[in-house]
Design a protein around this ligand. Sequence first.
Ligand SMILES: Nc1ncnc2c1ncn2[C@@H]1O[C@H](COP(=O)(O)OP(=O)(O)OP(=O)(O)O)[C@@H](O)[C@H]1O
Ligand code: SF4
Ligand SMILES: [Mg+2]
Length: 327
Amino acid sequence: MENKLLELKDVRVKYHTLDYDVMAVNGVSLELNKGESLGLVGETGAGKTTLALSILGLLPKGVGEVYEGEIIFKGEDLLQVPEKRMRDIRGMHISMIFQDPMTSLNPVYTVGDQIAEVLQLHGNKHPDERVDEILGLVGIDPSRKVCYPHQFSGGMKQRIVIAMALACEPDLLLADEPTTALDVTIQAQVLAMIDDIQKKLGTSMILITHDLGVVAETCDKVAIMYAGEIVEYGTLHQVFDKTRPHHPYTVGLFGSIPDLSSDKRRLEPIYGMTPDPSDLPEGCYFSPRCNHCTELCKQKGAAIHVSEDGHMLKCHLFTQENKEAAE
Ligand SMILES: Nc1ncnc2c1ncn2[C@@H]1O[C@H](COP(=O)(O)OP(=O)(O)OP(=O)(O)O)[C@@H](O)[C@H]1O
Ligand code: SF4
Ligand SMILES: [Mg+2]
């Protein structure tokens, strides 16, 4: 049985500005199976939101453009479907929790009406029962459907936004930093809830986050994104296994979070800044910050190495050419 839900093939996205192009996504390839969750991790500006907006066809018109690649969802290339078909796909098959959830709610309508509207848009003529059901699913008493957004706490508002995203039981949920605006205890609750519902409904998910701890709790696969590229990609086990080789950027990410099992007293931050996507460095994009950088890295974009069990690293360190150059 075909289990593949989403496949990105060499997706490239740029934003046109008056003076220059911003190369936000630079050749991303990924696969997601039904029911699977993928953590997309990277620093600010890495291109995570841009990638999610590209999947949904919601890049700003006339500014953002997927100029190369394919986004195959259930066998259909989303970059080729007409806007009318895309409108059906949004919400019904793919939905997104935006980075700033508070802006997703309309202050002048009750939350019940807002969830009902999503359902009606996708063909449910009698949504009342489903509104109650979906509020119950996110742990909000259905009697509160008559309340307005301002009558809820931040954590509850986030639950309502999640309820709206899941109302039509989409096949794929794109969750863009769904808990950054919440305090730490509520973050944990909301994440546990997303995880629970995602498993209950069999929804696949791309969870965008800066936080490797969140990924460890929630995801089956991990993609580490840097300057619009996936530099490491594998199962949760592969990416978190300290005994395996890793991309120098991933090593840096792990070095900048506390590890209670180690007696090291100091964290090791990644020095330097993410490159400006309108002026990317020659060769490997991580080269200006990398302790392992060689002449080859400065001249040639990093090569892809895939281990026998599918763990991908985009780095010259692991390729034959680099080994030969070092000899
Ligand atoms: N409308 C736009 N016009 C021009 N550049 C843009 C636009 N939107 C995003 N960018 C640029 O594209 C790059 C990628 O942005 P994106 O929002 O995808 O990053 P991100 O990984 O989601 O970051 P964060 O973690 O801060 O949310 C950034 O350099 C950003 O400045
Ligand atoms: S390709 Fe070279 S510069 Fe880039 S991450 Fe690997 S070792 Fe570092
Ligand atoms: Mg973002």
